[in-house]
Design a protein around this ligand. Structure first.
Ligand code: G3P
Ligand code: CA
Length: 733
């Protein structure tokens, strides 16, 4: 059983660890927001100086420890090995080779294992000079000749420098050093550090922690460390439950920290202290996941980040035109956001814009930047003032009117629901293609599905909806994509609730507001809750974004000339845009499909009524789609491609509704990125679909490449690793 469980409740609530963790505060934190696992359960997020302030001074030397204390780290971390003659010494590696001059002093003693050297021999070594070569920018004369310290020496030194200092000690390779735990406990006792407010003990070895559990006082916090390999192929929940029997917390490699990890750990009341988090960007990412502290070589960086407002969930750009862009970011608290945009990444000559990050918008902020040059790469950064940490990104503006430039775009959707929790590899594979833009074509969140951020979904409050977006932005792959190109985000049902129709759902305005807060959306598109808009990429491509949710009649309404999905005004607008478009490719972003009958029988959500499944199904929106289809045919509008996700499989369809052998338009379907995968069902035949390809059961995304010079459009479906599953080439001349 976990130690704390032995305490009577009244005592448990009064136990206070000077680790920044209080059992009572943890309970309070849980009660304050029972909804989210993505918040610390500790009363404060602790800074653990990894091997001392080892980014600035040679690890595990007096210099590194002293610097950690000067920086006011909460803990100084110590790694322990044992000498041949049984002394515990502070060193990270099993071998002396990397961090001392052992090879020089003892040339014949390869591989220079700590266990093969006496303390007297080890004391002859220089543990500081190697640092100059490895980190010349931080080298100092005084580091030369630093010595390896015994545990006792390290404790005395640290205690003398600061009597309130706390230690975070790791038993390294305990199987090599039988009895090291007893020695450790003995020394801690002797030095007055065997107290819950003075020390935490950590190990990758469960056995070592279990020995410590037996021989150390019950209230000394134990931390189970995990490397990625230790959890590979294992059931996370079982592993963490097991750890919770003896440990107060876990120390995972930072790559292991995901919303699911946080949920399982925090549910088991385990603190989460990832290692080793060295850049402010990574620190902000770990904080966004709700960790309770972290190991870092640069304690001052974490402490300074936490002191002031900071950019908490990355940046994004979107709504690109040939002369403008909308920039987005989020801060962790109220602040003024400084956005800077420049043509060179050093920001020597930049456009500056300030926007407020207020509680009303969950501290998100957006600015529109205009007077940009067409077809140009821009760099941007955002900082939450007076904080100095800036998150950076880049985007490319659209080509000028009447120009024809080659283009690569990626599209996908269905993200973060139905048991699928970020991170999602597809986003990274998309970024690796360096697309001109990303069309996020709906279900950018699953507001109605439980996830670690909102375990009691469906989302009901503004906070729930916001939490969903924040959860997806913890995904380093999504952040990579959003920071490397621009995004046009469209909404579908899961931004509000399954299969909803905007005008009749009570949550529409809450979902809409969160969508607008978390995606870069220009006023012209969002005014009057419109959301439909056209963006031109020169004469190569017109992106015609539909709003398939905001104006629709209820799905259950019988189809007929008066049933609408788009609403009269949007339908007229769509026709006008199609008619007037002189772009080679008309890409119509519809969040629902044409021929796959989605939704429920007698409440079809896409255009098709699925009468091949039930001939009596009179729902769907086929009358309205027929009007669009007829319009395309009548006006001989060429190269119309409807693009969607939503159906949870990939599909490439050509349409020939008048059966004259000419393809009149296409439907390009990808997805999901991170939601349930299904197999392609039969299509509704109303509009004469001809399937070129269909594949289900995998995470995927779409790529569209336009080459106007060669008069060609290439469409690909790629899996989450970027592997091509389908490629089709079509004429656009
Ligand atoms: O103890 C946490 C972290 O330090 C584990 O990794 O190899 O740096 O000791 P390592
Ligand atoms: Ca360590």
């Amino acid at each position: 059983m976990k130690k704390r469980a032995f305490l009577p409740l009244s005592l448990a609530l009064s136990v206070s660890l000077a680790t920044g963790v209080t059992s009572d505060k943890r309970v309070a934190a849980k009660e304050a927001d029972p909804q989210s696992a993505l918040q610390p359960i500790a009363s404060s997020v602790v800074t653990i100086a990894h091997r001392g302030a080892s980014g600035y001074a040679p690890e595990h030397t007096k210099a590194a420890y002293e610097m950690a204390l000067q920086m006011k780290a909460d803990f100084v971390e110590l790694d322990l090995h044992m000498t041949k003659d049984g002394h515990l010494v502070a060193i990270h590696d099993s071998s002396l080779a990397r961090t001392t001059n052992a090879e020089e002093v003892f040339p014949n003693r390869s591989p220079w294992l700590v266990k093969d050297f006496t303390l007297a021999e080890i004391k002859r070594l220089d543990a500081g000079s190697w640092f100059k070569k490895a980190y010349p920018e931080h080298a100092k004369k005084q580091y030369e000749g630093q010595k390896i310290l015994t545990l006792e020496e390290a404790i005395h030194f640290i205690g003398k420098k600061n009597k309130h200092a706390k230690l975070y000690i790791e038993t390294k390779a305990p199987d090599v050093y039988p009895g090291m735990e007893e020695k450790l406990v003995q020394i801690l006792k002797k030095t007055g550090y065997l107290k819950k407010d003075k020390v935490m003990l950590q190990s990758f070895s469960e056995d070592s922690l279990k020995i410590l559990q037996k021989i150390a006082p019950k209230d000394i916090p134990l931390i189970q460390l995990y490397s990625p390999g230790m959890l590979k192929g294992k059931n996370l929940k079982n592993e963490l439950n097991k750890a919770a029997e003896y440990a107060e917390g876990v120390g995972p490699d930072k790559a292991l920290v995901t919303p699911t990890f946080m949920q399982e750990a925090h549910r088991s009341h385990l603190l989460v202290h990832p290692y080793t988090v060295n850049t402010k960007e990574e620190m902000a990412e770990e904080l966004s996941l709700g960790v309770d502290g972290m190991f870092t070589n640069f304690p001052d960086e974490l402490l300074s980040l936490k002191k002031k407002p900071y950019i908490s969930h990355g940046v994004a750009s979107g709504e690109i035109t040939s002369t403008s862009a909308v920039l987005w970011t989020r801060a962790n608290k109220p602040s003024a956001i400084l956005f800077e945009v420049a043509e060179d990444p050093s920001f020597k000559k930049s456009i500056k814009k300030i926007a407020g990050a207020s509680r009303q918008h969950d501290f998100t902020a957006q600015v529109k930047v205009d007077r940009l040059h067409p077809d140009t790469t821009y760099y941007y950064r955002a900082a939450a003032l007076p904080g100095s940490f800036s998150a950076t990104g880049s985007f490319k503006t659209a080509p000028a009117e009447n120009t024809e430039k080659p283009l690569t775009i990626v599209w996908g959707g269905d993200t973060g629901g139905q048991g699928n929790i970020p991170p999602f590899k597809s986003f990274s594979a998309m970024a690796d293609l360096h697309p001109d833009f990303f069309l996020f074509s709906g279900d950018t969140i699953y507001a109605d599905n439980p996830t670690p951020a909102v375990p009691n979904a469906p989302s009901k409050t503004m906070e729930d909806f916001w939490a969903k977006y924040k959860e997806n932005r913890t995904d380093p792959n999504l952040r990579k994509l959003l920071q490397s190109t621009s995004t046009y985000a469209i909404w579908d049902d899961h931004e509000v609730s399954n299969d909803f129709s905007g005008p009749s759902n009570p949550l529409t305005s809450t979902g809409y507001k969160a969508f607008k807060d978390y995606w870069p959306i220009q006023k012209e598109r969002s005014d009057s809750e419109k959301l439909y808009y056209k963006y031109s990429w020169g004469n190569t491509l017109d992106l015609i974004i539909l709003n398939n949710r905001g104006y629709r009649d209820p799905n259950t309404k019988q189809d007929g000339p008066d049933k609408t999905m788009l609403g009269k005004e949007q339908l007229q607008w769509l026709k006008k845009e199609l008619l007037h478009s002189d772009a080679k490719i008309k890409l119509v972003a519809s969040s629902v499909p044409i021929s796959t009958p989605t939704g429920k029988p007698n409440a079809r959500d896409g255009w098709a009524n699925g009468d091949h499944i039930d001939p009596n199904d009179k729902t769907g929106y086929e009358h309205e789609f027929k009007e669009i289809s007829d319009f395309i045919l009548k006006n001989k509008i060429k190269n119309v491609n409807f693009v969607t996700t939503d159906v949870h499989f990939a599909d490439m369809i050509e349409y020939d509704p008048d059966h004259n052998g000419t393809v009149d338009y296409r439907e390009l379907v990808s997805g999901p990125i991170g939601a349930v995968t299904i197999q392609p069902p039969k299509l509704d035949s109303t509009f004469g679909p001809k399937r070129l390809y269909a594949e289900g059961g995998f995470f995927n995304f779409g790529v569209l490449k336009a080459d106007p010079k060669n008069g060609q459009m290439t469409v690909q479906i790629r899996d989450e690793n970027g592997k091509i599953h389908y490629e089709g080439k079509f004429s656009i001349s």
